[in-house]
Write a protein that binds this ligand. Structure first.
Ligand code: PMP
Length: 403
């Protein structure tokens, strides 16, 4: 059997001070390690240039405001949206909750329907259930194809005018399957539904262009994109944000406050109540600079080659069951007959290979796959063929131990 190798490994592991030599970090889908550039941006943000944003009359604060808004511009450029369409939030979870509360809260009524898919992360399920319950709307679930992609033909057949919103993952955090988000958006729009794309696992792995996709909402978390935790992005079309009421009340999000009546600031400020995660935005900006310098096309090719190498090697081990499509983006889920994924994870940890074992916040998907949990290896820019080989060696040891 020929095992595919990466044409040209990225070889950037030296940029990541928290990855010691010989440690195969294969849990990037949970959270990415941070390059020095990002750590330095955070250190500088607190240690040299720190001040609040938007309110200060002194130079330091004006400079910090410029840096914070430059981060917003960087995000907008990164996904090809407009600056006033980028709302900083804590992460994808908060972004989806914001849309569920402020958009769905206004637009949904009894009898309306929301369309999700069978592979969604809990954060793209639960907020919609909460929104639907509040008004008496219903949820439908698009099935998966035999090779574990969201079945867009089935979706086309399911969509009806009652569907007001479609919410789908761009890349599955369990299977790595990549959605044809452009086609999904076109299908949603045919029945007049809006579409939210959960881009958590996509933005670190593929070039994303929200204008080309023509989606209505796009969300992601900074920490999966080599940036800090506590900062994420809601991008939404300007007219949708304009029509949405505030998410939380407080400082910054207002135009004028009197006890008789308060008026609100325009987007995106309307949705950023309170002092924001200032330094988080600077860290996210640095992370975007970092991945753009490498190039998302190169990152995608690199991870695709690592996935191919992994799948090919694991397919040769009898007791291993692989999930997801052959061309999954950077993520491989698998099970070993008769071995609990947690045991796989523990034995691999002894071999200095860090994977994730569990339901990956996708319990409905686990039910569909007929398993309690899976083991998952997920790749980042710092991984190389040697990490795949360490994983495969570790799995061979697991199969020996469990006979
Ligand atoms: N969606 C997907 C596909 C994810 O992988 C995750 C994180 N595992 C989330 C949403 C939630 O992201 P966060 O926890 O950063 O808000």
């Amino acid at each position: 059997m020929t095992v595919l190798t990466t044409a040209r490994p990225l070889d950037v592991v030296a940029d990541f001070p928290a990855i010691p030599e010989g440690w195969a970090y294969l849990d990037t889908a949970a959270t990415a390690q941070k390059p020095r550039l990002v750590i330095d941006a955070i250190t500088r943000g607190y240690g040299e240039t720190y001040a609040t944003v938007h309110r200060g009359v002194y130079q330091r604060s004006a400079d910090m405001t410029l840096a914070y808004e430059a981060a917003r511009r960087a995000v907008a450029r990164f996904i090809n949206g407009a600056e006033n369409e980028v709302v900083f939030v804590r992460g994808a979870t908060e972004a989806i909750n914001l849309v569920a509360q402020c958009w769905a809260g206004m637009q949904l009524k009894a009898g309306d329907r929301i369309l999700l898919s069978a592979l969604e992360h809990h954060s793209n399920i639960v907020p919609w259930q909460m929104a639907a319950e509040r008004v008496g709307a219903a949820i439908d679930v698009v099935p998966l194809t035999a090779d574990h992609r969201i079945d867009l033909d089935a979706m086309a057949a399911m969509l009806r005018p009652e569907h007001k919103l479609v919410a789908l993952g761009h890349v599955s955090n369990v299977l790595g399957s990549v959605l044809d988000a452009k086609r999904a958006a076109a299908l949603a729009h045919e029945v007049g539904a809006k579409i939210l794309i959960d881009g958590c696992q996509a933005v670190p792995r593929l070039p994303v262009d929200v204008a080309d996709l023509d989606c209505d909402f796009y969300v992601f978390s900074g920490h999966k994109l080599y940036g800090p935790t506590g900062i994420g992005v809601l991008w939404a079309k300007a007219d949708l944000l304009d029509a949405m009421p505030p998410y939380q009340g407080g400082g910054s999000m207002i135009d004028r406050v009197t006890f008789a009546k308060t008026t609100y600031a325009p987007p995106p400020t309307r949705f950023e109540a309170g002092t924001p995660h200032i330094v988080g935005a600077l860290g996210l900006h640095a992370a975007i600079d970092y991945v753009e310098a490498i190039g998302l096309d190169r990152i995608h090719a690199h991870e695709t080659a690592l996935v191919a190498r992994t799948r090919e090697a694991l397919a040769g081990i009898n007791s291993v069951r692989l999930f997801g499509p052959e061309d999954s983006a950077g993520i491989v889920s698998f099970a070993i007959q008769g071995v609990h994924p947690h045991d796989i994870g523990t034995i691999l940890d002894e071999a200095k290979v860090a994977i994730r074992a569990g339901h990956h916040c996708a319990q409905p998907l686990m039910e569909l796959l007929g398993v309690e949990a899976t083991a998952r290896a997920s790749f980042g820019v710092y991984n190389g063929p040697q990490d795949v080989d360490a994983l495969v060696k570790g799995i061979e040891r697991v199969t020996r131990i469990f006979g």
